[in-house]
Design a protein around this ligand. Structure first.
Ligand SMILES: O=C(O)CCC(=O)C(=O)O
Ligand SMILES: [Fe+2]
Length: 323
């Protein structure tokens, strides 16, 4: 039985088509610090584009498991890896179209470029969106930090998309089922498009599970482990999960905006602040990804060990770099 959550949550809503004013900056800063989740509107991803993604992806998910498994586990996560009710298709950037096409070519008998065209459009839009959201988030750390740090630290970020399909069985005895277990994302930022079914929950600092209710026209953004470490924990990567409450099919698109593998994550002095000490040792991004893979069942972002376990400083003080 899954621990109950009846706490509704009002996340701040950021209009990404407008410059940040003082009051939205303050509410964004509080959201990133306390919960690591917020919502965005006017993001430029239309319901029509989402619907196209849904129907094309659905066609692929309806294929027999034997066909889907031909994609290999790096691209296709079958049922029973993250949960019995979860399967996922990965499409990698920056050439989302090409990545989608190579999956379509394996899955479909006839050449069809529609999936690839739609994926290219979605991928390019959500990539641009990630860049602007990241700048907003950097602004919450200090005046002018978006110009100071965006190019020097984040210019080589890359993104990938997971198309998630949740299918609980109709004869399940319990009222609800875990669609995706508690985890943190490894990304800098994640942008989630969830359908109207709901079920995404975030865990607060005091361990309470809160429902992130779906809202038409709104996307959910959360801070991931890479940004938590880079910001010396001024930005929070929260645990979250998906609970299938109504035992209905659920579909979501999760886009992960990440540092490049070769990046060494080290919070700049100015981000750490004079009176604070570093909470993380510098670490290579790829090493953290490998650590997560080797500690997880089936190589999914299901957490057993966090970035804190990997690079957190325990009881010692690391001197700030002398720059
Ligand atoms: O399906 C969702 O709403 C969220 C999925 C998620 O947390 C993930 O893929 O990391
Ligand atoms: Fe996640």
């Amino acid at each position: 039985m899954i621990q109950e959550s009846d706490t509704p949550l009002q996340l701040p809503v950021l209009d990404v088509s407008q410059p940040l004013n003082q009051s939205s900056l303050l509410s964004l800063a509080a959201a990133c610090r306390e919960l690591g989740f917020f919502q965005i509107i006017n993001h430029g991803i239309s319901k029509d584009l989402y619907n196209k993604m849904y129907s094309l992806a659905n066609k692929l998910f309806c294929l027999p498991s034997k066909s889907k498994l031909k994609l290999g586990l790096k691209t296709y996560t079958p049922h029973f890896i993250a949960s019995p009710f979860f399967e996922s298709l990965r499409v990698s950037g920056p050439e989302f179209g090409a990545s989608a096409q190579s999956s379509a070519d394996v899955l479909l008998e006839e050449h069809d470029s529609e999936f690839s065209e739609v994926l290219q459009e979605y991928g390019s839009k959500v990539t641009e969106l990630s860049k602007s959201i990241l700048k907003f988030v950097l602004m919450t750390l200090g005046d002018g930090f978006e110009t100071k740090y965006y190019h020097s630290e984040f210019k080589n970020c890359h993104g990938y998309l997971r198309i998630n399909n949740y299918t609980p069985p109709e004869d399940l005895e319990e009222e609800e089922a875990e669609g995706l277990g508690m985890h943190t994302d490894m990304s800098c930022l994640t942008i989630v498009y969830q359908d109207e079914i709901g079920g995404l929950q975030v865990r607060s600092k005091d361990g309470k599970w809160m429902n992130i209710l779906p809202c038409e026209g709104t996307l959910v953004v959360n801070i991931g482990d890479m940004l938590q470490a880079w910001s010396n924990e001024r930005l929070r990567s929260s645990e979250h999960r998906v609970v299938l409450m109504k035992l209905m099919n659920r579909f979501s698109l999760a886009f992960f905006w990440c540092f490049e593998d070769e990046k060494v994550i080290l919070a700049p002095d100015e981000v750490v602040g004079l009176e604070n000490t570093r909470s993380y040792k510098p670490f290579l991004c790829l090493d953290y990804l490998k650590f997560r893979e080797s500690n997880e069942k089936g190589r999914f972002e299901k957490v057993g060990f966090t970035v804190k376990d990997f690079a957190g400083v325990v009881g010692i003080t690391i001197l700030k770099s002398q720059s």
